[in-house]
Design a protein around this ligand. Structure first.
Ligand code: HEM
Length: 528
C-alpha cells in the first residue's frame, strides 16, 4: 500500500516538475520570439511629416505617384514603408514581394483599409471595392460577379458587346475626332445594358453624366493615403462644422448624397420599367424577379444596388483607359499597327468584322492587347489592401493594420522582366521575333495580365468581360480604320503627347491623332 502511495506522490511531483519546466521553456521561447519581433526593423522608407492639411508635401512630388514609388525601389529595395499620422503604408514594388504577400499570404492581406472619411463619415464600407474580406457581403458580391462574369457567364454578354461595338464603329466613322467620347460611350453602354437593361442615348445621357461626375469627384479626392486630415487625426470628426479646417465635412456630405443617387437612381428606373411591363433582361431585373412577388428586402436591395453599381464603376473608366492607351500607341507606333492590320487581313479578310471566336487565331493582336495593359496599367497602384495582423517579410516587421499598395506600374516596368520597358513592343510575348532578320526563337516575356488585373483574392472580377471588350474594339478598329499622327498647318506630323492623368484609374491626357476609315472598307459591316 505504502509503495503505491509513494508511486503516486512520485508521479505527482514529477508531473508538477515537468509542467513547471514546460511553462518556463514556453515562456522563454515566447519572450525570445516577441523580443526578436519587436527588434525586427520596419521596411526602409522616407521619413514623413504630416500637417493638419493632411497632405505631406515633400513625400509625393511627382504628378504620377506610381513613378515616384517605383523610384523608391532603387533607394529602399522591393518593399518600402512610411507612416503619415495614424496611417501606415507599405509599398510593394516587385512581383516577388507582391505575390509572396498578396497571394501566398492572401488570408491576411486581402482586407481593404477603412478610413474615417470613407467609412464613418460617408458610410461607403459596404461598397464592393471597399468592403472587408471578413464582411459576409464580400463572398456574396464575388459570387454574384462570378455568376455574371465568370469564364462561362461572360459569354452570355457577347451579343451586347458586339452590338455596342457596332455603334462605336459607326460613331467613329461619322466623327473620328470624337474617338474618346465614342470609346467612353461603348464602355458605359455595355455595362448599363448588362446591369440595368438600359440603352444609353447618344448625347447627354443622364446616367452617363451621373457616373462621370461621381468618378471625377471621387478620383480627385482619393488619390493618396492620408489625404484627409480626419483620417490621421480622428478626433477632428467631433469638431463643430463651423470650426476652421473642417471642410472635410462638406466633402463627406456631398459624397454621401452622390453615392445614394449613383446606386439608387438606375435601380429605381428598372423597378419602374418592370411595373410598366417594359423592362429588358438585366442583372437587376433578374434579381428582382427572384424576390417574393418581385420585391426584395432592404438588405437584398442594398446588395443588388452595390453589385450593379460595382459593375458600372469598375467597368467604365477602366475600359476607357485601356482603349485610349491603344489609340495613343497606334498613333505613335505605325509599324506595330501595320503588323496587326496585316494579321487581321490575312486571317479574317475584309468582308467581315472580327468575332470573339477569332481571338485564338490572332496572336499578334493578342500580344498587342497584352502590351497595352503592360505599357500603361489601367490602375497603376491597383486598389489598396490592408494587412490584418503583424507579419514578417525578409527580416522586416510589417505592422498589422498597414495599408498595402502594390505598384503594378513598377512590376510591369521591371527591366529584369521586361527589358527596355518604355518601348511599346508586342513582340515581347511572341516565341519568335518576326521583326528580326534571323526570325530566331526566344522565350516570351511573362503575360502582364497576371498583374494588370490585380493579385490575390481581390483580383478583378470583371477581367473576362474586359478582355472581350478589348479584343472586339481593338481588332475591329484595326480592321476598319487607319490611325496616324495629326499634322500641323505646315503638314508636319505632330507627335501625340504621352501623359497620363493621376487617379485610381489613370487615363491618357487628351492627345491629337487622325483616324480614317481605310480605303475599300464598307460601312455595311456594322449592323446599326
Ligand atoms: C481593362 C479593364 C480592367 C482592368 C485593367 C481592371 C483592373 C482591376 C484592378 C487592378 C483591380 C484591383 C485588384 C486588387 O485590389 O488587387 C480591380 C478590381 C475590381 N474590378 Fe476591375 N479592371 C478592369 C475592368 C473591370 C470591369 C469591366 C469590371 C466590371 C464589370 C470590373 C470590376 C472590378 C471590381 C468590382 C473590383 C473590386 C474587386 C474587389 O474589391 O474584390 N473591372 N480591377
Amino acid at each position: 500500500m505504502s509503495s503505491i502511495n509513494e508511486f503516486f506522490i512520485h508521479l505527482a511531483t514529477t508531473s508538477y516538475s515537468l509542467f513547471f519546466a514546460f511553462g518556463i521553456i514556453t515562456s522563454i521561447i515566447l519572450w525570445r520570439f516577441m523580443w526578436r519581433e519587436s527588434r525586427l526593423p520596419l521596411p526602409p522608407g522616407p521619413s514623413t511629416n504630416v500637417g493638419l492639411s493632411g497632405v505631406s508635401k515633400p513625400l509625393i512630388t511627382h504628378k504620377n505617384p506610381w513613378i515616384q514609388y517605383a523610384s523608391w525601389k532603387d533607394l529602399y529595395g522591393p518593399v518600402s514603408y512610411y507612416s503619415l499620422g495614424k496611417t501606415r503604408v507599405l509599398i510593394l514594388n516587385t512581383s516577388t514581394a507582391a505575390t509572396s504577400l498578396l497571394e501566398k499570404r492572401g488570408k491576411i492581406y486581402s482586407d481593404r483599409p477603412s478610413t474615417v472619411m470613407f467609412g464613418q463619415l460617408i458610410g461607403q464600407d459596404q461598397q464592393f471595392f471597399r468592403t472587408s474580406d471578413k464582411n459576409p457581403r464580400f463572398g456574396i458580391y464575388r459570387k454574384m460577379f462570378k455568376d455574371e462574369f465568370g469564364k462561362k457567364g461572360v459569354l452570355g454578354h457577347v451579343a451586347v458587346q458586339e452590338n455596342e461595338r457596332d455603334f462605336y464603329l459607326r460613331n467613329l466613322s461619322v466623327d473620328p475626332k470624337g474617338f474618346r467620347k465614342h470609346i467612353k460611350r461603348y464602355a458605359v453602354a455595355v455595362i448599363m445594358k448588362i446591369a440595368y437593361g438600359y440603352s444609353v442615348t447618344e448625347d447627354n445621357d443622364r446616367f452617363v453624366a451621373l457616373v462621370d461626375s461621381w468618378l471625377e469627384h471621387t478620383n480627385a479626392h482619393n488619390t493618396k493615403p492620408a489625404q484627409w486630415s480626419v483620417d490621421s487625426y480622428p478626433f477632428l470628426k467631433y469638431l463643430p462644422r463651423w470650426f476652421p479646417g473642417t471642410s472635410f465635412f462638406k466633402f463627406a456630405d456631398d459624397q454621401r448624397a452622390r453615392n445614394r443617387e449613383l446606386l439608387g437612381a438606375p435601380v429605381e428606373w428598372v423597378k419602374e420599367e418592370m411595373k410598366a411591363g417594359r423592362a429588358c433582361s438585366s442583372f437587376v431585373e433578374r434579381m428582382y424577379r427572384r424576390g417574393t412577388d418581385g420585391v426584395l428586402s432592404a438588405e437584398e436591395e442594398d446588395v443588388v444596388q452595390n453589385v450593379a453599381g460595382a459593375m458600372y464603376l469598375g467597368g467604365a473608366d477602366t475600359t476607357l483607359s485601356a482603349l485610349m492607351t491603344f489609340i495613343l500607341m497606334m498613333a505613335r507606333n505605325p509599324s506595330v499597327q501595320q503588323k496587326a492590320v496585316e494579321e487581321i487581313e490575312n486571317v479574317i479578310g475584309s468582308d467581315r468584322l472580327p468575332e470573339v471566336g477569332d481571338m485564338e487565331k490572332l496572336p499578334y493582336v493578342n500580344a498587342l492587347i497584352k502590351e497595352v495593359l503592360r505599357f500603361h496599367p489601367v490602375a497603376p497602384l491597383a486598389l489598396p489592401h490592408r494587412v490584418t495582423q503583424d507579419d514578417e517579410y525578409e527580416g522586416m516587421r510589417i505592422p498589422g493594420g498597414s495599408t498595402v499598395i502594390v505598384n503594378l506600374w513598377s512590376i510591369l516596368h521591371d527591366e529584369s522582366t521586361y527589358p527596355d520597358p518604355m518601348k511599346f513592343s508586342p513582340e515581347r510575348y511572341l516565341p519568335s521575333d518576326s521583326s528580326s532578320s534571323t526570325n530566331s526563337t526566344k522565350t516570351p516575356q511573362p503575360d502582364p495580365r497576371a498583374y494588370a488585373f490585380g493579385i490575390g483574392r481581390r483580383l478583378c472580377p470583371g477581367m473576362h468581360l474586359a478582355e472581350i471588350s478589348l479584343f472586339l474594339i481593338i481588332s475591329s478598329t484595326l480592321a476598319m480604320f487607319d490611325i496616324s499622327r495629326a499634322k500641323d498647318a505646315n503638314g508636319k506630323e505632330i507627335e501625340p503627347k504621352m501623359e497620363f492623368k493621376n487617379g485610381v484609374v489613370s487615363v491618357a491626357e487628351e492627345f491629337e491623332c487622325e483616324i480614317r476609315l481605310r480605303e475599300g472598307r464598307k460601312a455595311e459591316l456594322w449592323t446599326v
